[in-house]
Design a binder for this molecule. Structure first.
Ligand code: ATP
Ligand code: MG
Length: 174
């Protein structure tokens, strides 16, 4: 079933905007197609996990940016925070079940260590991927990618110039 990723993110953000008063949430757009084929509830769970982490591991608040962009038929979503960050040696273990970073700066913050492992499973089941970059003490950026439901050249709402350009790009890639 087609799922609109931006609508899901807006829904998730609505609940955090009310409860997370120390944080501000900002959506950045450089695309206009958000449709992918998948399970809306599971994808909502994924964004709930990433956004709840962004809030939870930014105990002093700050800006949380959700950035959408399209690259080669994939929809990318960055979830960027200004929180505690992640030590470099932990990055490779982050998506493992029950793994939690054991640092004094986050010992008080509760969790089971399952959110990221489950999220990765759901995203890969949708043909997508997850990645993370982080600077300790400065913040983290998690990047999700999903294959788009509609190829650009098939979209009826595009002008013929756009269609030509999209077809050229697609042929370039092969
Ligand atoms: P839960 O199962 O409730 O989600 P959790 O948040 O501890 O528990 P994960 O979401 O899987 O588990 O995250 C694993 C670990 O990665 C966390 O314990 C935390 O240390 C670290 N982490 C995850 N997201 C962030 C983030 N945005 N900033 C800093 N550290 C993070
Ligand atoms: Mg979590």
């Amino acid at each position: 079933k087609p799922v609109n990723l931006k609508e899901i993110v807006e829904e998730v953000l609505d609940s955090y905007r009310i409860n997370a008063t120390k944080h501000s949430f900002f959506i950045e757009d450089s695309t206009d197609c958000y449709e992918l084929i998948g399970d809306a509830d599971k994808i909502k769970q994924v964004f709930n996990n990433f956004i709840s982490n962004a809030v939870k591991y930014s105990p002093n608040g700050g800006l949380i940016i959700i950035r959408f962009y399209e690259k080669q038929g994939n929809l990318f979503v960055d979830i960027e925070d200004e929180g505690l960050g992640i030590p470099e040696d932990a990055l490779s273990k982050l998506f493992t079940k029950f793994y939690r970073v054991d640092n004094s700066d986050r010992r008080q913050i509760g969790g089971t260590g399952l959110g990221l492992a489950i999220s990765k499973e759901i995203v890969t089941a949708h043909g997508g991927g997850v990645a993370v970059t982080s600077a300790l003490g400065k913040g983290s950026t998690f990047t999700l990618s999903f294959p788009l439901a509609t190829k650009k050249e098939m979209r009826p709402d595009k002008s013929s110039e756009d269609i030509d350009a999209a077809v050229l790009i697609v042929e370039d890639d092969d």
